[in-house]
Design a protein around this ligand. Structure first.
Ligand code: FEO
Length: 172
């Protein structure tokens, strides 16, 4: 059974994961209309993953005697000055999500809720992966700079990354 405090904190995370999905969906749309299908595909698959993160939380809350809340979401930003800016936003957002997960872990320990603490370890591991991936992508983008040929190759390569991530994903 989750306490009211834990239930509230988990529900706040449900909203964050749902908003993450919307944020990446908006990024996918922006990339798609710019004609970069590899990047768009990557963002669409990120959006799907975030929805899975949200669902996993929803099910956990309900199974533990709480009631998952599906709330209104903040509209995401839909346009970017550059791909670099878009991926910087992605990285910043993942750092924000990691901080939020860490706070949840902290609350679960304070309340001695070891079931929730155990459940959250999946998210801790996932955030390490997501931050690392975002950092790798940013490094590549910094190497490319304003080179159009480089961007073309990056768009092609990221398609491969999407396929590899999908096949090795630790999604529930
Ligand atoms: Fe579910 Fe990318 O955080």
């Amino acid at each position: 059974m989750v306490s009211k405090n834990i239930e509230k904190a988990l529900n706040e995370q449900v909203k964050i994961e749902a908003e993450s999905s919307q944020i990446y969906l908006a990024m996918a749309c922006w990339a798609e209309v710019q004609g970069l299908e590899g990047i768009a595909g990557f963002m669409y698959s990120q959006a799907d993953e975030e929805r899975d993160h949200m669902l996993k939380l929803v099910k956990f809350i309900n199974e533990r005697g709480g009631h998952a809340q599906i709330s209104a979401l903040t509209a995401p930003n839909g346009s970017f000055a550059s791909f670099k800016e878009m991926f910087e936003k992605l990285f910043e957002h993942e750092v924000y999500v990691s901080n939020s997960i860490n706070e949840l872990v902290h609350i679960s320990l304070q309340e001695k809720d070891y079931a929730t603490h155990n459940f959250l370890q999946w998210y801790v591991a996932e955030q390490i992966e997501e931050e690392a991936m975002a950092r790798t992508i940013l490094d590549k983008i910094n190497l490319i700079g304003n080179d159009k040929g480089g961007l073309y190759l990056f768009d092609r390569d990221i398609q491969q990354l999407t396929i590899t991530t999908a096949s090795t994903s630790s999604t529930p």
